[in-house]
Design a protein around this ligand. Structure first.
Ligand SMILES: [Zn+2]
Length: 75
């Protein structure tokens, strides 16, 4: 069982982001990838977290922009 982490550290800049527990929360991008058999990382599971600032910097470098949809039922 995975315990929920209250704080995440941005892998890019090292900033601490509070993502759980008592509000206010910060947000970031949490990535979990299990590389398959035909990748060069056979069976490795990679996790990383980016704070919102680093996410913005990352996607600015994309050749093809991120698909963005408006979430109409945002709480
Ligand atoms: Zn960051």
């Amino acid at each position: 069982m995975e315990t929920k982490q209250e704080f995440r550290i941005c892998n890019q800049c090292g900033k601490t982001v509070k993502t759980d527990g008592a509000p206010p929360y910060g947000e970031g991008l949490s990535v979990s990838k299990t590389w398959g058999y035909f990748s060069g990382k056979d069976g490795e599971r990679h996790h990383f977290f980016l704070c919102e600032d680093c996410y913005d910097k990352l996607v600015k470098g994309f050749s093809v922009p991120v698909d963005i949809e408006e979430e109409t039922e945002l709480l």
